[in-house]
Write a protein that binds this ligand. Structure first.
Ligand code: PBG
Length: 330
């Protein structure tokens, strides 16, 4: 056979200028939301073992780090706290303490950088002596949905008071978006947004994050509230509920093993869709790169591009700062 091809897609790939011209997806620094870990004490800068390049910062050190990111154009942050064990209890009371580490961090960052967007995490696990996102029944070990809503509402309100721009419930309790919206609205915080963790799966990819915060469940797992990784339709059910309950943005988590879910959700909502490129996904790329098995920088950019291409408008990623440096270099 000697048929000459009529259609030659390669013509659109023949030079860099043409490739750039027909490029369908573009990553910019505006796409990134940077998760940052805060810890007690002074002058603390401790690398997370399973997340090379990611640190836990004490409050005095975090301001410099946020400043460096802002300089690079990264202006949205999702702080997470490492709480001392003696402050943890069954009801996560520390989560609503205005003088506690987390809320002090939020107000300090806003005081230094009023223009940044802070997306605060609502879930009980960093403050819970049980290490669960909701209230654990002492006898049955069951996660009590409606009792948790009470705690989550107080936590969200305290975060709004501290200056949070966006409340991000990651707990997966039923009805929490409506509950939090109601608490915020009744307390003159109708301008504070809610970014819901809409489809958050019970994933093995959260391991390094739980190491970083010491927030792993003491008993059991999170399968009665986080979603089964096998399910796709259920993500659409959660999406409908979050829309009806008043979410301003929805999130899919993790990202890489769930690119199909990101696309599905993108095609079924007019709300902005975000995706969380989680700790285990970061760790995989870093581990391979440190071994010289993949080109770390190219792999990072390809991962982020794929999440955007799948339909995410914004990406929570531990790569935010590094990727911003790459984008700046051009
Ligand atoms: C818990 C929470 C988790 C993450 C963010 N919020 C872990 C979990 O559900 O146990 C994980 C983020 C990551 O792995 O990067 N509320």
């Amino acid at each position: 056979m000697s048929i000459i091809p009529t259609h030659r897609p390669r013509r659109n790939r023949k030079s860099e200028v043409i490739r750039n011209m027909v490029q369908e997806t573009n990553l910019t620094v505006h796409d990134f939301i940077y998760p940052i870990f805060v810890t007690e004490g002074q002058n603390q800068l401790v690398e997370v073992k399973s997340m090379p390049g990611i640190f836990r910062y004490s409050l005095d050190r975090i301001i410099d780090e946020v400043g460096a990111c802002v300089e690079l154009g990264v202006k949205s942050f999702a702080p997470f706290p490492q709480i001392n064990d003696e402050l943890k209890d069954r009801l996560a009371r520390e989560s609503a303490n205005p003088d506690g580490l987390y809320l002090r961090t939020v107000s300090e960052i806003k005081r230094h950088f009023p223009e940044v967007v802070l997306m605060t995490d609502v879930a009980m696990d960093p403050y819970s002596s049980d290490g669960h996102d909701g209230v654990v029944d002492a006898e049955s070990g069951e996660i009590l949905n409606d009792a948790s809503l009470e705690v989550l509402g107080q936590m969200a309100l305290a975060q709004a008071r501290a200056g949070a721009d966006v409340i991000a419930p990651s707990d997966m309790m039923d009805g929490r978006v409506a509950w939090i919206r109601d608490v915020l609205d009744r307390n003159a915080f109708s301008h504070v947004s809610i970014m819901s963790y809409t489809a958050k799966y019970a994933s093995a990819f959260y391991g390094p994050f739980r190491d970083a915060l010491g927030s792993a469940p003491k008993k059991g797992d999170k399968k009665t509230y986080q979603m089964n990784p096998a399910n796709r339709r259920e993500a659409l059910r959660e999406l409908r509920l979050d829309e009806a309950e008043g979410a301003d943005m929805v999130m899919i988590k993790p990202a890489l093993s769930y690119l199909d879910i990101i696309r599905e959700v993108r095609d079924n909502t007019t709300l902005p869709v975000t995706a969380y490129n989680v700790s285990g996904e970061y760790a995989m790329v870093k581990a391979a790169a440190l071994n010289g098995w993949v080109d770390g920088e190219r792999t990072m950019m390809e991962v982020l591009m794929s999440i955007k291409r799948a339909g995410a408008d914004a990406i929570l990623t531990y790569f935010a700062k590094e990727a911003a440096q790459v984008l700046r270099r051009g």
